[in-house]
Design a protein around this ligand. Structure first.
Ligand SMILES: C[S@@+](CC[C@H](N)C(=O)[O-])C[C@H]1O[C@@H](n2cnc3c(N)ncnc32)[C@H](O)[C@@H]1O
Length: 431
């Protein structure tokens, strides 16, 4: 396919997402099934155009003065990809499979293309209804913070110290990936996405299959490190899901002590078994919930650290899932907030005196972060929030102090400040 034909395809897919209100992955999959001639490079390039369009949907529509899929793609090519008006015009030739030529108005709009004076939800590409929440956290930095969430995320790897002795060893074994060391996690390697937004097929690498590396955002690695779990502790990963954090905790515990991994959704937990085997983990008991029974009721009052990687809106991962931002509704935020209260209350009963809950979300909305923690502290006697600077110091992560945003009861990482997904962490100590 020509670059111009890929742009036509991206406009078509964005139209499908809009009219049928469906996730981008479904629309892209259907497009691929009905255009079997398109090769994998074409499909990746089209997906990348669609995701960039979603990343800049509000700002692109604003500079073009209309909200059509074509306007979004044209505006995105200018704003996100930095194409000149002539380069965009050359792609829109009107020839076979290419988009129609630019109108005089489109040309004019693309030439001016400024976001000066645009309201924050337009300049920062986010839904208007969360502006007040974001302002509570970011104050005057809402636009730069949210603009950083419109960029493409790198592919981060965590080196598994249960299988290799150092980050260097894994790095040296994988020179062809072009990875660099992550600046904040000493276990991380980072691969920048290619022009078409694609990364290498890491999961096919022999080192991945041997368990030397896992795919994990640097922010997620840091959140696990802040828990400061140690060998020989008793630890529960209460929302273990597919086990991303469980694996990181097990490596920190050097396979000593006991780590219980559970989740209210048995299906989400299913992949953890293969992952634990591949990673060489021997100290994890997976507790699969059965028939609604509490899978960790025997552990009440016995646990040193309960990790609550809470269900959340995922606003902090919008770099990776840009269509999620336009599907977020106040009702879904409310549901997540209720789930967060439930899971925090469950965690509280597990903790022994002197133990801790480490509460994590991949969100930047205060309702899911400080408010959830403050609500918990007002309901539960005996817990207090450890100052986040102290939590960093205890975990040997003092280097984060000048980068993270400290909040009332925790700390916030963001793409702008830490170059990671938007993770929130709060450590709640039982006196
Ligand atoms: C952010 S995801 C966990 C991701 C996982 N920890 C990882 O690192 O790959 C949140 C998880 O919380 C689970 N969850 C939701 N409500 C829960 C509850 N009341 N108790 C336990 N788990 C719950 C969800 O099923 C989901 O798997």
């Amino acid at each position: 396919m020509t670059p111009a034909a890929r742009i036509s395809a991206a406009i078509e897919v964005l139209g499908d997402i809009e009219t049928r209100r469906r996730p981008a992955t479904d629309a892209l999959k259907d497009w691929g099934l009905s255009h079997r001639f398109a090769g994998s490079k074409d499909r990746a390039a089209i997906a990348s155009l669609v995701y960039d369009g979603l990343r800049r949907k509000a700002s692109a529509a604003s500079i073009m003065g209309e909200n059509t899929p074509r306007a979004v793609v044209l505006g995105m090519l200018r704003l996100q990809r930095g194409l000149t008006v002539n380069a965009i015009a050359a792609l829109c030739s009107g020839e076979r499979f290419a988009p129609e030529p630019l109108t005089a108005t489109e040309r004019e709009k693309l030439e001016v293309a400024t976001l000066d004076g645009a309201p924050a939800p337009v300049a920062g590409d986010f839904p208007e209804w969360i502006e007040a929440s974001l302002t509570r956290l970011f104050g005057e930095d809402v636009v730069p913070e949210l603009q950083a969430l419109t960029t493409r995320a790198p592919l981060d790897l965590r080196v598994n110290t249960l299988k290799v002795s150092s980050r260097e060893e894994a790095h040296n074994a994988l020179p062809h990936l072009g990875a660099v060391e992550t600046p904040l996690s000493l276990l991380g390697l980072r691969i920048m996405p290619g022009e078409d937004g694609r990364g290498p097929a890491v999961q096919s690498e022999p080192e991945f299959i041997k368990g030397w590396i896992e795919i994990q955002d640097e922010g997620s690695q840091l959140a696990a490190l802040i828990s400061n779990v140690k060998p020989n502790e008793q630890v529960v990963d209460l929302c273990a899901g597919g086990g991303g954090k469980t694996l990181a905790l097990a490596a920190m515990m050097e396979n000593h002590g006991q780590l219980y991994a559970t989740d209210s959704d048995a299906r989400r937990l299913a992949p953890i078994h293969d992952r634990l085997t591949r990673a060489g983990v021997r100290n994890v008991q997976v507790r699969t919930p059965r028939g609604g029974a509490d899978a960790v009721s025997d552990l009440n009052g016995k646990i040193d650290c309960v990790l609550v990687d809470a269900p959340c809106t995922g606003v902090g991962t919008w770099r990776r899932n840009p269509d999620a931002k336009w599907r977020l509704r106040p009702g879904s935020l409310e549901v997540r907030v209720k789930e967060q209260a439930t899971v925090l209350d469950r965690a509280a009963a597990l903790v022994k005196p002197g133990g801790r809950i480490v509460y994590i979300t991949c969100s930047i909305l205060p309702e899911e972060n400080d408010d959830a923690v403050e609500g918990f502290l007002s309901r539960s006697k005996g817990f207090s929030a450890l100052p986040a600077s102290e939590a960093l110091a205890r975990a040997g992560l003092g280097r984060l102090t000048d980068l993270v945003r400290f909040t009332k009861s925790g700390l916030q990482m963001t793409p702008l400040k830490t170059g990671t997904d938007g993770f929130f962490v709060s450590v709640l100590v039982k006196g």
